[in-house]
Design a protein around this ligand. Structure first.
Ligand code: TYM
Length: 327
């Protein structure tokens, strides 16, 4: 029996190389040896205000990008979260078992709510409960995510454990799977901040659909430091981040890369980096163009994905409802 994998991505903003290197690339590779379910989490997206037309378009765009990156609908289930209502139902039930104290410790809520704590939606606060439902409803064993989602996956695991200790074995305990390299790609404009879809700075992120000209210009402007040496030194976050991006796209080792750029300047390195990323994204961008030429194709794949996910989710929900004594 192959292990069950579940992971999700929000259809907001533009998908960037952080999402790709921290998550999507691994999802594609894991199709070989795991039983995979991937989800476009539109219900998570609406925890902050969204323009309905843009959201609808972004859901198709992200789906297209996942398919173009190599998610194969024959081997993996790909669907939209709101198409399987059992996620929301289980989230409600989990809400009744997750202590407030656990939720209050979630660092991403603290960051996202900032100084606006009274104004943000209850949904934003409750976001990790819905994420726990996404994971637990498919008896997920492995959750491949970037580092920023680790705490949320741990909350899902703690929730499963708590529920099981009250009602007996009900949920499978999930584990996060975080890549060794690429789990936390930083912003190009500020390498002390994670690359994020919600940052609006034009020079913050390399998006998967950026043209070669844009990629070259963004890397040329990326923040580095006043030193010269091109080395993997974590104390120099700008160059370290760029080197990490080079490492993941080129597949070369740290030593090889340092030797390659020995005695060269930042300008030369940035040019080489842009080319390796442009070449790395080229096949994905070409497949994306082909796929989106027929807009009905993506919708058909998503509808089929939901058809396959629904019975799996319904089975777990029924098991939980019975344990609790509902109905
Ligand atoms: P989201 O949409 O913010 O990000 C999707 C994936 O990309 C990873 N990621 C990064 N990795 C490396 N460097 C970065 N700068 C970077 N930014 C983002 C994220 O860690 C994630 O793996 N809450 C989730 C979506 C979700 C989910 C789930 C994930 C909903 N339900 C269940 C797993 C399981 C989110 O907002 O991801």
């Amino acid at each position: 029996m192959k292990k069950r994998v579940f992971s999700g991505i929000q259809p907001t903003g533009d998908i960037h190389i952080g999402n790709y290197l921290g998550a999507i690339k691994y999802w594609v590779a894991m199709q070989e040896n795991y039983d995979n379910i991937f989800c476009i989490v539109d219900l998570h997206a609406v925890t902050v205000p969204q323009d309905p037309k843009i959201l609808h378009r972004k859901i198709r765009e992200v789906s297209g990008l996942l398919l173009a990156a190599g998610i194969d609908p024959k081997r993996s289930i790909l669907f939209i979260q709101s198409h399987v209502c059992a996620h929301s139902e289980l989230a409600w039930l989990l809400n009744c078992f997750i202590p407030m104290g656990w939720m209050q410790r979630m660092t991403q809520f603290k960051e996202k709510s900032g100084t606006q704590k009274e104004q943000v939606s209850v949904g934003l606060f409750d976001y990790p409960a819905l994420m726990a439902a996404d994971i637990l409803i498919y008896d997920t064993q492995v959750v491949p995510v970037g580092e920023d989602q680790k705490q949320h996956v741990e909350l899902a695991r703690d929730t499963a454990q708590r529920f099981n200790s009250i009602y007996g074995e009900t949920f499978t305990l999930p584990e996060p799977l975080i890549p060794n390299v690429g789990a936390r790609i930083m912003g190009l404009d500020d390498p002390t901040k994670k690359m994020s879809k919600s940052e609006t700075g034009t020079n913050h992120a390399i998006n998967l659909l950026d043209t070669p000209e844009i990629i070259r210009a963004k890397f040329a402007r990326a923040t580095t430091d006043s030193l010269r040496e091109i080395r993997f030194d974590e104390k120099r976050p700008g160059i370290y981040n760029l080197l990490t991006i080079y490492q993941t796209f080129s597949g070369r080792s740290k030593e090889e890369i340092e030797a390659q750029f020995e005695g060269k300047g930042y300008g030369d390195f940035k040019k080489a980096l842009a080319e390796v990323v442009i070449e790395g994204l080229r096949p994905l961008q070409e497949r994306y163009k082909e796929l989106t030429a027929d807009p009905t194709r993506i919708d058909a794949i998503l509808a089929e994905g939901a058809e396959r996910a629904r019975p799996l989710a319904a089975k777990t929900l029924e098991r939980v409802q019975k344990k609790i004594g509902l109905g």
